[in-house]
Design a protein around this ligand. Structure first.
Ligand SMILES: [Zn+2]
Length: 574
């Protein structure tokens, strides 16, 4: 028997939609990963949630390399999400060299990415959502935020492409973070016009700075199969620190445990038998919050981009709370099923499914919408800037090859001794030999505050900046972890001791082998300053200029610090 690839995909889609077993072994062999039954999801319980988060405006399938360094400190040592590579596979019982191993780890990234193909894409996600709905028509679709930012088209349409795509996908509830970087007025416009009557935009921890009034609804109550449920929204608590304050000048943020407890108590009093928090706290913060607030059944979390195959179960005064994190860039869809009887949750099932574009057909209506939004920008998006000899990726605590390329461009074009690039976690990956298109470049830098800067800093100032950012990542109390990964540093080498106290983590700073001097001034290039009114060439002009000159980008040499005192930490590849 022979099947064309197209017929095979149709058989596969039908088989998984109906729960029918695939019987043709030759078919299973035809598309890598198909034999793993990634999308088999037996019915369970009477209340269900679908959850994706941090898609960062990636409407098309992409590659995304998971981190090889994700260190935990304090209580988080060796606890998810601070486990990488082989340790992660072992912890979750995932077989090496499988589609799942590729989805959840960085292992063998380049080869595995070729074998299993691209991940994500809203048209493929839409098909998967529809499949889940056939067995769970009651399931709610939740979007954890960082949805409107991260691509050229989202920036150029001021999020309209993502807003339209989320509406078509059938998102019912969302909570924000990078959304705020379009400014308070644009957020309000979308929430009050586009989302009205369809998507609840929730944030219990965003209030007006003057009287402390809620800016958005804190929660929404729904019903599934006669069971009353509540979803409470938790926006990124450090938005005005990690991103420019001037975009949201009149609003206050923060973690606000006490207000969260108040909301939980209120929805329980109104009869909610299931309480879920849709959170953009980041996983360590969610785990701490789950230990302090009673009465939450699950925190469906985002922000830290951790693709966690199973929830962390946190015991607390109210019983237990499941804490999950659903990865990033459209790569995963989570399904959480609850068995609710006698007025409370009795049991649960959870599955985080990787969205492999080769295994799931594209939904035609979603594909048409995406094509329509891209059409006006097609030529610009497809411009070929250069070819990369090595893989380009970003994610990881300290540096990635994409970041290094940005740093190299900044130092070269702006004539600096060294460069800083923000440690954001978004940004897609490219494989060796891939063309760097304008679109792929913009995936790394599509922000509303793109100005590049050239400053003279003393050695003492440079150390102070680095110590400050380092504490945002490695403060042992997650409530003080306020940003993304470590600032990426070009030109200067250094060592880092994550376990040391604040102000004592950065050592051995050197430029071209010479120690950095406290009083000496150095030319430092950077971009994405959170200060208001910063002027400068946008980062995309700097990097595209550099790439057009290079034509071929050789293997970039990633400048990563020497890590001190973390031997044996499972958050670091051996
Ligand atoms: Zn975020």
């Amino acid at each position: 028997m022979s099947f064309s690839r197209r017929e095979f995909m149709q058989v596969l889609a039908v088989a998984s939609a109906s729960g029918m077993a695939l019987s043709h072994q030759d078919l299973l062999a035809a598309t890598p990963g198909a034999g793993e039954r990634l999308y088999d999801l037996p019915k369970f319980g009477n209340v269900s949630f679908m959850h994706f988060t941090d898609c960062h405006a990636q409407l098309l399938p992409i590659h995304f390399r998971e981190p090889s360094v994700n260190l935990g400190v304090g209580d988080a040592v060796g606890r998810p999400p601070h486990i990488v590579g082989e340790q992660l596979l072992k912890f979750y019982g995932i077989k090496p060299n499988t589609a799942q191993a590729h989805a959840f780890s960085y292992l063998n990234f380049e080869q595995a990415a070729k074998t299993y193909g691209k991940v994500g894409g809203f048209a493929h996600l839409a098909t998967l959502v529809k499949q889940i709905q056939t067995s769970r028509p009651h399931a709610l679709l939740l979007d954890g935020g960082d949805t409107w930012q991260g691509s050229a088209t989202s920036l150029w349409t001021r999020a309209q492409d993502m807003v339209d795509a989320c509406k078509l996908l059938g998102v019912q509830i969302m909570t924000p973070h990078w959304e705020f970087t379009y400014g308070a007025d644009r957020v309000k416009e979308i929430v009050e016009k586009d989302f009205k009557g369809q998507i609840d935009f929730l944030a219990q921890n965003v209030t007006t700075s003057d009287f402390g009034d809620q800016v958005f609804a804190p929660y929404v109550m729904k019903e599934q199969n006669g069971v009353k449920i509540a979803v409470i929204g938790q926006a990124f608590p450090y938005t005005p620190i990690a991103n420019p304050r001037h975009f949201v000048p009149d609003w206050s943020f923060g973690i606000q445990d006490e207000n969260m407890q108040k909301q939980v108590d209120e929805v329980r009093a109104k009869g909610a038998q299931v309480v879920v928090v849709l959170s953009h706290n980041g996983m360590d913060v969610d785990i701490k919050m789950a230990s302090r607030v009673r009465g939450i059944d699950a925190i469906l979390g985002g922000h830290t981009h951790d693709g966690m195959p199973a929830p962390v179960i946190v015991k607390n005064g109210g019983g237990q709370t499941l804490v999950t994190n659903a990865g990033s860039n459209g790569k995963f869809l989570a399904v959480l099923d609850f068995d609710v009887r006698g007025g409370r949750v009795q049991d649960f099932r959870y599955k985080l499914m990787p969205v492999f574009a080769n295994l799931i057909k594209a939904d035609p209506a979603m594909q048409a919408l995406i094509d329509q939004h891209r059409a006006p920008y097609k030529a610009k998006l497809e411009e070929k800037l250069a070819v990369s000899e090595g893989a380009l990726y970003r994610r990881g605590n300290f540096n990635g090859s994409w970041d290094q390329l940005i740093l190299d461009a900044l130092m070269d074009v702006r004539g600096a001794d060294m460069a800083f690039s923000p440690g954001v976690r978004w940004g897609t990956s490219l494989l060796p030999g891939d063309t760097i298109t304008y679109e792929a470049m913009m995936d790394q830098m599509a922000v509303t505050y793109p100005a590049t800067t050239l400053n003279e800093f003393t050695g003492a100032q440079i150390k102070e900046i680095m110590e400050d950012v380092c504490d945002n990542i490695f403060n042992p109390d997650p409530y003080f972890q306020q940003g993304g990964d470590m600032v990426r540093v070009g030109g200067m080498t250094y060592s880092c001791s994550p376990k040391a106290p604040m102000g004592q983590r950065i050592h051995n700073m050197r430029l071209k082998g010479q120690p950095i001097e406290a009083d000496k001034k150095y030319k430092v290039a950077g971009w994405a300053s959170v200060q208001e009114g910063v002027q400068g060439t946008p980062i995309w002009d700097v990097v595209s200029t550099y790439l057009r000159e290079q034509k071929v980008v050789k293997q970039v040499k990633v400048n990563a610090p020497q890590i001190v005192g973390m031997q044996g930490n499972p958050g670091m590849a051996a």
